[in-house]
Ligand binder design. Structure first.
Ligand code: PLP
Length: 385
């Protein structure tokens, strides 16, 4: 049956059933290799690093959801980024948004630098300043929007248009939004990457990465790199991700409704110094985010006033769990400056505004009253006389 709507594609997109048996789920093809019927006579598969039917179903699904030419599944978000950045050559430079995921920064700052692939932190929120950073060696831009952990919003259309005028490859990390809330390829991106560990998986039970490319020529290159470098997603994890993606829309609707309520409550709270959430009309990224995404997502960061002890705040939370990661059904809290963004040197953290008082929340799908009550009692407990 033909279908048109995104929510239906989440369940029936890509390769969603098993042709041979009629199973309504794609089987977990837990096999490393495939019989060949004669020399050079393959049945479409030869070795699971190169291609596996369960992984292929996931790859077809994410390509369809992001509106790209092809999808690729990797063992983690960083493995997906590594494969995509491997498109660059020695002497090339990539511009990155001023607060990207700490691991992205570390990958460029401490691994790709070995190969003379360089980066510049660029203020992609300001298109004019971004354009000034495009030197002759710049070949790509990597955008996160909203960017982690200050939820700064980049105008993806404007940056992509400027980048393309200079011949750059436009890469968007869409982890925080997912294709349900934001479709970077429609906004001009050439490549979308995901830490599928987060909302796409959605249940904090799998580490995975995805990349989606817009063109056949990029697909051929990434397929070659994926097979050559080998950081592929195993069949069972591919199955878990397909399973998680089926409920993406219903989960995110609840995540976002809860996050909007929590952001509103925090922004009105007398103990709170600042709230960063692009779904609040008072947020500086609100208008641009609204022009390119369905809503503000479910990630919030905030700071308490100086007479609150954040160590006590973290220790007082009872429902919201202190842990790395985000995007699962359970609410999580983290401390960016010592956790997710610890790999970024202190002076750079300070410069981009990742203060030691910054608290990041991944709002889950629990009852909002319980989430608000937990925040309230932890804030109260952390007040210093
Ligand atoms: C977690 C995360 C990554 C890294 O993904 P892993 O699956 O942990 O390797 C990249 N980008 C963003 C925005 C993330 O939140």
């Amino acid at each position: 049956m033909a279908y048109k709507k995104f929510d239906t594609a989440l369940i029936h997109g890509g390769i969603s059933t098993d042709e041979r048996t009629g199973a309504v789920n794609v089987p977990i093809y837990q096999t490393s290799t495939f019989k060949q019927d004669g020399l050079g006579k393959m049945r479409g598969y030869e070795y699971s690093r190169t291609g596996n039917p369960t992984r292929e179903a996931l790859e077809a699904l994410i390509a369809e959801l992001e509106g790209g030419y092809a999808g690729f599944a990797f063992a983690s978000g960083l493995a997906a980024e590594t494969a995509v950045l491997s498109l660059l050559h020695s002497g090339d430079r990539v511009l990155i948004s001023s607060n990207v995921y700490g691991g992205t920064f570390r990958l460029l700052n401490q691994v790709f630098d070995h190969f003379n692939i360089n980066y510049t932190i660029s203020d992609t929120e300001d298109v004019e300043s971004f354009e000034k950073d495009i030197t002759d060696d710049v070949k790509a831009v990597l955008i996160e929007s909203p960017a982690n952990p200050l939820m700064t919003v980049t105008d993806i259309r404007a940056v992509a248009e400027t980048a393309h005028r200079h011949g750059l490859l436009v890469i968007v990390d869409n982890t925080f939004m997912t294709p349900y809330l934001q479709k970077p390829i429609e906004l001009g991106a050439d490549i979308v990457i995901h830490s599928a560990t987060k909302y796409l998986g959605g249940h904090s039970d799998v580490v995975a990465g995805l990349a989606v490319v817009k063109t056949k020529s990029l697909a051929e290159k990434i397929a070659f790199i994926q097979n050559s470098t080998g950081g592929v997603l195993p069949p069972f994890d591919s199955f878990l991700l397909i399973r998680g993606i089926k409920t993406l829309a219903v989960r995110l609707d609840r995540h976002v409704a809860n996050a909007e309520a929590a952001a509103r409550r925090l922004s009105e709270h007398p103990a709170v110094k600042s709230v960063h959430y692009p779904g609040l009309p008072s947020d500086k990224g609100y208008e641009v985010n609204k022009s390119q995404a369905k809503n503000g997502g479910a990630m919030i960061s905030f700071e308490l006033k100086d007479n609150y002890d954040i160590n006590v705040f973290y220790e007082s939370l009872q429902l919201i769990t202190l842990a790395e990661s985000l995007g699962g059904v359970e609410s999580l809290v983290c401390h960016p400056s010592t956790m997710t963004h610890a790999a970024i040197p202190e002076e750079i953290r300070k410069k981009v505004g990742i203060t030691d008082g910054l608290i990041r929340l991944s709002i889950g799908i629990e009852d909002i009253d319980d989430i608000l009550e937990d925040l309230e009692q932890a804030i109260k407990a952390s007040e210093v006389e």
